[in-house]
Write a new protein. Structure first.
Length: 187
């Protein structure tokens, strides 16, 4: 762990298929709206809008998965998970290991087809996803993250126990002063 990783060809293929499905659904809805509007309108505007939406959809289908795959980076270090994604709005997430509460592995039907999946890292502040990771890496990464989270949790518990012990000792010192201190106070 520790190297900045990029997504591979299987991830790109999965992105293309999922983008194609979303684009087809969106264009189907747009076509339905255009036809319904054309029935009640005598102008050709709905069809022009539909053609523009088809062109935008095709450009998105051609460019978006490629660009997202190139821009996506992740790195797992001993004390932090780093994820960088996005091509218009670039988002960087740094998740400290001591904040990790849960690790979940997911694989949808498209993911299974292309042998990729998603690792969701849950913290008190929300979730961060490592998406389109090859299946052979998922188990290694998830096991490593679980191990590091358990180590951090054990360290926090030990620290809390130490603080409680120190607080109890200080309280005991305040409640029952040393015998010599009582004699000095009586004089």
């Amino acid at each position: 762990m520790g190297e900045t990783e990029r997504l591979d060809g299987c991830a790109k293929k999965a992105m293309y298929v999922s983008t194609a499905i979303v684009t087809a659904i969106a264009l189907g809805i747009a076509a339905g709206v255009a036809v319904a509007t054309a029935i009640f309108s005598e102008s050709g505007v709905p069809y022009i809008v539909l053609v523009v939406l088809v062109v935008i959809g095709m450009v998105n289908l051609a460019v978006s998965p490629w660009f997202r795959c190139i821009r996506y980076r992740y790195r797992i270090e001993e004390d932090v998970v780093y994820i960088r994604k996005g091509y218009i709005n670039v988002e960087e997430n740094f998740v400290p290991m001591e904040r990790v509460q849960n690790i979940t592995v997911k694989q949808g039907p498209i993911d299974r087809t292309f042998d990729v999946g998603t690792i969701t890292v849950t913290t008190a502040g929300g979730n961060v996803d490592l998406k389109n990771i090859r299946r052979d890496k998922i188990d290694k990464i998830a096991d490593y993250l679980r191990m590091r989270a358990n180590i951090e949790a054990a360290a926090q518990k030990a620290e809390e126990a130490e603080l409680e012990t120190q607080a109890a000792e200080q309280e005991a010192d305040l409640v029952s002063p040393e015998v010599g201190e009582v004699e000095d106070a009586g004089r």
